[in-house]
Design a protein around this ligand. Sequence first.
Ligand code: ATP
Ligand code: LTN
Length: 337
Amino acid sequence: MDTPAETKKIIFSGIQPSGTLTLGNYIGALRNFKLLEDEYQCIYCVVDMHAITVRQDPAALRRRCLELAAIYIASGLDPKKNVIYCQSHVSAHAELAWILNCFTYMGELQRMTQFKDKAQKHADNINAGLFTYPTLMAADILLYQTDLVPIGADQKQHLELTRDIAQRFNGVYGDVFTVPEGYFGKVGSRIMSLQDPTRKMSKSDPEDTFISLLDPPDAIRRKVRRAVTDSEADIRFDPANKPGVSNLLSIIAALTGQSVEEAAAELRGQGYGKLKDRVSECVIETLAPLQSEHRRLMADKAYLQGVLTENAEIANRMALRTLRKVQRKVGFAERLK
Ligand code: ATP
Ligand code: LTN
């Protein structure tokens, strides 16, 4: 693939290699990545620089970067049509992030709920990277003149901030950045933890709170069977009063294409055991082809490394166009080469 055609609109999204992806990542983000593959030029990034805002084991992080690239491909994304690469391989991300830091207010960053959550979870390591995480995310998106960003509901606030930064910068220097829109799936844009259905499912939480995309069928059945519900026996979608049951219904709806009401109607009167069996069945069926393709890809690391290298070159060419323009606009000394 050459530098992508200029006529197509751009999609950009990223996932952190901070653990094995969860069913929440899949339903909220990954499965939407493929929907617009033909209409848009899609760029999917392994955001390893974001991942180190929380302490990572180096060997595990390196392995998970390849694992995530394999998951992107196993979910059906063709690496010849989609630009799949690692954030740290394209230095323009860090360079633009610095400039955008100078266009972002402390007060804006202090309001970010992800920062507040993570600062609480990692009270011993509230580093500056965790605080400025959203300006790096803004750089990721704005570097590629992105039109659309498929993400889960938890990232809406970061996307709003990205739009504000872009508009602020454009207000000073003219139309430098495309102002991106979010793309949220109709159901499942916030899948909740199996153990605490008032919190979102997260890949860096304890094992029994999430279903991993690579969990074998027996682990999926076990985790779903232990999922927290409530003391009634009524199967209905009511997130405020029945968060656990509603979460399970959202999973079924997202994976079958049914509405949550249809999923509830089909199971009405059958008890939570049957509801859970249905969830496990849908999840196992959805993940089986992804898992076997992932296994096949992980056995060929040279291929994965080749994909990442080639695509980083394409991403780099695209990103530099924006970065050079931004550097000129803010008044950095001219480069002769
Ligand atoms: P971490 O726990 O390390 O912060 P995470 O599981 O929250 O990670 P990210 O890599 O931050 O995952 O997110 C990747 C994508 O998945 C984002 O678009 C995010 O909005 C989406 N996502 C994450 N968790 C959920 C969830 N529980 N439900 C729906 N979408 C989700
Ligand atoms: N911040 C996101 C991951 C992320 C991202 C991005 C998503 C980093 N850069 C650019 C979309 C576009 C998260 O924590 N889920």
